[in-house]
Ligand binder design. Sequence first.
Ligand SMILES: Cc1cc2nc3c(=O)[nH]c(=O)nc-3n(C[C@H](O)[C@H](O)[C@H](O)COP(=O)(O)O)c2cc1C
Length: 210
Amino acid sequence: MNYAAPENNALSPSIQIEPKILYFGMPVILVTTLNEDGTTNISPLSSSWALGHNLVLGMGFGGKCIENVQRTPQLVINVPDASLWRQVEKLAPLTGKHPVPDYKAQSGFRYEPDKFAAAGLTPVPSATISPARIAECPLQIECEVRNVTIPEYAPFFAIVETQAISIHAHPGIMAGGNHVDPSKWNPLIYNFRHYFGLSSALGHTYRAEV
Ligand SMILES: Cc1cc2nc3c(=O)[nH]c(=O)nc-3n(C[C@H](O)[C@H](O)[C@H](O)COP(=O)(O)O)c2cc1C
């Protein structure tokens, strides 16, 4: 697909729409959690935000990720760069949940106990928690889960609040010290179910340090 920037139409009236999804461009994360047999599951997610070292994730029930988190409240947020989109897409139809819930089977999911092998990714032990990290992801954030909330208005998903405990980065994305160099870091963006990287920089906020 070729992306063409639309004409700036800020002054034309908006139209009311009813889209099925609202994935308006979030970074993809690969969340690793501990299975009951001590192996590590990988779940692609795009629902996340950070405030300081507190990270909040949105997880659907019926998947293995939330089941694992409720048993062992630890996870790694592995952040792939744009070059890893094919590996992410290999994970997309897989679930660690067995048997596969009907509604997931109907949308084409199949059970896969070893997602590292299925996607060609490499596990590395975490420094502080049990689930493994993903070596290929340039950022790996080991987190403790602090709270799980199930909204009354939407009981089919969980809001999972986490705190970063230990953070790992590939040296190639660093600017020196503890600063990630934004010109070297190209997150994978989930844009209405299509994968994108970043285009060139537009500018920076007054607080940027590199
Ligand atoms: C790019 C991408 C983003 C996704 N974002 C989310 C998300 O934010 N929350 C969620 O619950 N599922 C999300 N999914 C679907 C899960 O990956 C899917 O439910 C899968 O079953 C998770 O694996 P698991 O069942 O082994 O945990 C996303 C899938 C893809 C491919």
